[in-house]
Design a protein. Structure first.
Length: 90
């Protein structure tokens, strides 16, 4: 898949969530890959505190995909990935 299980009640990442690896998975993306590389170079900000239901982190991109690869779900994938990168940006 392209995205994690869509847990909408959870809006924060647990302390053991590997944000760096999740950003790393996006470094070769043609649209935001350079931005992901820059985030890794300059350092990630801690995502904001929120509610963690404990069973799933917030919906998160699993791997990089282009519009032609993702297909019909592209708009959702694009929004989720951009939102994820924004949550760890300074």
């Amino acid at each position: 898949g392209w995205l994690t299980y869509p847990r909408t009640e959870t809006n924060t990442y647990p302390p053991n969530f590997d944000l760096r690896s999740t950003v790393s998975a996006q470094t070769n993306h043609p649209l935001w890959g350079q931005y992901a590389q820059e985030l890794l170079r300059t350092g990630l900000n801690k995502a904001r505190e929120g509610v963690d239901m404990g069973d799933h982190p917030p919906i998160t991109p699993v791997r990089a995909g282009t519009e032609s690869q993702v297909g019909e779900g592209w708009r959702i994938y694009d929004m989720v990935t951009r939102h994820f990168l924004a949550t760890v940006s300074g």
